[in-house]
Structures are given as C-alpha cells and as structure tokens.
Design a protein around this ligand. Structure first.
Ligand code: SF4
Length: 435
C-alpha cells in the first residue's frame, strides 16, 4: 500500500519531523546542563501543562511522560519496568510511572545518553488522572523537591462553570505563581505570559487546521500515528515559543502541499498510495512496537482520520485557544478542557462527532492495560458509539511502554479480522443504502 522507492529499514521522515527532533534534542541537552548553566528545572505532566507560565520563570521544562515514551520507543522501558517491580511496584501500576521510577534508580539517564538532573519544582496540575498525584508523591519522596499542586475540577456535567474557572485562577494566584517565583527567584510578569499565550494561539490555529485536514479524501495525514508527531511540540515543553509557531507553519505548508497533489499520509515507508478504510481511534498508542503497530494499519490501506489521544494535551478543535487577553482564566480553561478531564458522555459525543464529520468507516479502541484513566468505560463507550453511528467497532488491548503486553501476532490477527468486517459491512446492500 506504499509507494516504492525506499529500501527496507529506511524510515521516511517529513521535514517537520526533523525540525521537531532538533527541538527535542536541544531541550534534553538544556536539561542535562541546566544546573551547570545556572538554570532551574521544572517537572510537569502533559495534560494540563502550564508551559507558558513555566517559561515566564525561565524553567527548563522536563516531562516525565515524554521521558517514559522515549524510553519505550528506544526499547529501554522493559528493563526500567522490571527494576521498579523488583523494588515493589505492582504489575498493575501505570507503566509510565514504573519506567520513570526504574529510570531514576538506574541513574536517570535521558534519551541523549546524559543524566537528567534533579528537578527544582514539581508542578502537578491535576487533570483527571489520579495516578499523577501518586507518581509525584513518589518522585517528591525520592528528590525532596518543592511541589506546586493545582487542583482542576472534573467536568462531571460536561461543562466548565465560572466557579470552576475562578477556583483554578485563585490557586494560580495564591499558590502556584508564588511557589514558582520563590523557586526560580524571578518575579512574575503577566505581559510576558500574554506574549507566550499569543504564540500558543497561533500554533494552535495551525495544529487544528492540520488535524482537520483529515476530512479530505484521501486524508493527507494519519491522525493517530502521524499526528502524535504533530502534537509533540504543543503538548510538551515548547507551546508558547516562537520556534513552535514556526514549526506549525512549516507543518501546515507540508500538508497543504500534499492536499494540492491529492496525496495521502507519509508513513515510515513512504506515501500511502491508497486509502481503503478510514478509522477513528480511542486510546493511546503502544510505544515499544510503534512502527510495527503502525505498519499493521498502513499495509492494509487503513488511515486514522481522528483520534482522542491527539487531544490529551489540549482539546482545540471545538474552538478553545489560549487567550492573551485573559491570561490566568485561559490557563484555567485549558486545564479544565483536557480530554482526560472530560466525562464519559462528553467523550462519546466527541467521538461520534468525529465519526460523522470525518466520514469514518469504523471506530477502534486501543485499550491500554495499565492506563486506568483512559481504559475505564471504554467498552461502554464502544457499544454506545457503535449503536449511535451504526458503524462497526473494534477492540484491541496493548500497553504503553511494557513490551510484555504487546503481542504482535494477536494484535495483527484481531486488526485484520476487524478490517475485513468493515469491508464486508460496506458491501451489504442494507448498509450501502443507509449510507
Ligand atoms: S494512568 Fe494513564 S493517564 Fe494516568 S499517568 Fe498513567 S498513562 Fe498517564
């Protein structure tokens, strides 16, 4: 299903992927030498990350989930997880946590091969996953560093109220900002924050444009495997910087070019030349076998046109943008609006909307064994979405970074049967006339 011209083993990369790689490498180098360079380090999680605020205090930003993901892709997470289990962490604990803890006990060596220094502050903005709290408690015990906690109320009724927003703003003013000022020794400057938020909004516009380009037929992007790279800068240490704005402009140009030429997504083996099936996917991907996993889709001409995972670091496609005119309120709205902070009914609505707007042929859940935050309720969501859209749904189970829970033959088998089911359903006259 891919254009020829690549040698086995060659990996085709988009220009924007190379740009992003350079940004990530530079950030890891800055982290490795932060203390020698006189800089402070913050550690924070992807959902609800307050990157623009951290930039106001010149923190070099560390994200433990990204370190765990990188360890998974580099096939190092298995050993780290075993190390954490040897020191008493159960098999059911989130494998990002165990990767991070195992990495710490093995010298905290980052993906650049250099040790990552101890963070100066842990900023915990709590958006929907209880594990985040336990994770930072363990890290705090180990390092004894300062912690700033931001409680973000859960969107149980599927909406953000002014009370919820004001509660988050109050904590930012009274606790988070004073802590960051004290640790960094830098006074908070709201105009600096406004400037970064303005850059974020520009980048978010282009990210949304890129994600929504999947409404085209053929889709010029894969909105799960490919889009994970597209979300990288905005979801991590870079949102709010000028280089991120430039990255998203470059990415948009690449995608515009593919649309003009009627081309499909770029896969690691080249351009996909025939789109046979369009899917919406729920749940995070597997990182330890990322390429093999993706190949199971593109070999069959399957393109993901929308996914929930590309919303974990911020839901932008329903209109939210960081707003420099209301700097603290917008940070609150951003945290409150993260995907993991949405109730199950709102997640179902969002996914049904994707099925419809992106004209998907099916809905697939990749359930992550050790991620309770995503996995809870997924079977119910699957049934509801199947019923509401009339499109076939599929279910597979893998893990984020534990190689023991990715069984290639099993996953491939299930996916192939599911893809066959979609094609057969398309051929049935009653489904054709209903379409
Ligand atoms: S349980 Fe899931 S959402 Fe929570 S920290 Fe682990 S991977 Fe992230």
């Amino acid at each position: 299903m891919n254009t020829a011209g690549t040698n086995p083993g060659d990996v085709q990369k988009e220009e924007s992927m190379l740009l992003q790689k350079a940004m990530i490498n530079a950030n890891y180098d800055a982290l490795s030498t932060a203390h020698e360079d006189g800089n402070k380090i913050s550690s924070t999680f992807v959902p609800g990350n307050l990157n623009e605020l951290l930039m106001c205090f010149d923190f070099v930003r560390n994200l433990p989930e990204i370190n765990a993901l990188q360890a998974g892709m580099r096939k190092k997470s298995g050993a780290y997880i075993m190390e954490a289990e040897r020191s008493g962490h159960s098999e059911d604990v989130c494998t990002y946590v165990k990767t991070d803890l195992g990495m710490m006990s093995k010298g905290q060596v980052g993906p650049n091969g250099k040790p990552l220094p101890t963070p100066d502050v842990l900023l915990l903005s709590y958006t929907g996953c209880f594990t985040f709290m336990k994770w930072f408690e363990l890290v705090r015990d180990e390092y004894g560093c300062e912690t700033a906690m931001l409680h973000v109320p859960y969107q149980a009724d599927g909406k953000i109220t002014d009370n919820m927003r004001q509660f988050v703003v109050m904590q930012l003013k009274e606790h988070v900002i004073p802590t960051l000022e004290r640790v960094s020794g830098i006074k908070f400057d709201i105009d600096r924050l406004r400037e970064y938020l303005g850059e974020s909004a520009k980048a978010e516009d282009n990210l949304v444009w890129v994600l929504q380009s999947a409404k085209n037929k053929p889709s010029p992007i894969d909105a799960y495997f490919g889009a994970i790279y597209y979300c990288g800068p905005i979801f991590s240490a870079f949102r709010g910087s000028k280089e991120t704005t430039a990255y998203y402009k470059a990415l948009r140009r690449e995608v515009e070019d593919r649309i003009e030429k009627g081309l499909g997504p770029v896969t690691p083996e080249g351009l996909l030349d025939e789109e046979r099936i369009r899917l919406v996917v729920e749940g995070p991907p597997n990182w330890t076998h990322f390429r093999d996993f993706w190949k199971m889709f593109y070999d069959e001409g399957v393109v993901v046109v929308a996914s929930s995972y590309t919303k974990v670091g911020g839901v932008y496609d329903f209109g939210f943008r960081h707003d420099p005119e209301h700097p603290l309120e917008t940070l609150a709205d951003y945290c409150l609006g993260c995907y993991t902070n949405h109730s199950l009914p709102s997640r179902v609505d969002m996914l049904c909307n994707y099925m419809d707007e992106y004209e998907a042929d099916g809905f697939l859940v990749n359930s992550i064994k050790s991620c309770n935050s995503f996995s809870a309720g997924q079977l119910l969501m699957l049934r509801e979405i199947e019923e509401r859209t009339g499109k076939p749904a599929g279910f597979i189970e893998t893990d984020l970074v534990d190689p023991r829970y990715f069984s290639p033959a099993n996953v491939k088998n299930r996916l192939e049967s599911y893809f066959q089911m979609i094609e057969q359903k398309r051929l049935r006259p009653e489904d054709r006339s209903a379409a």
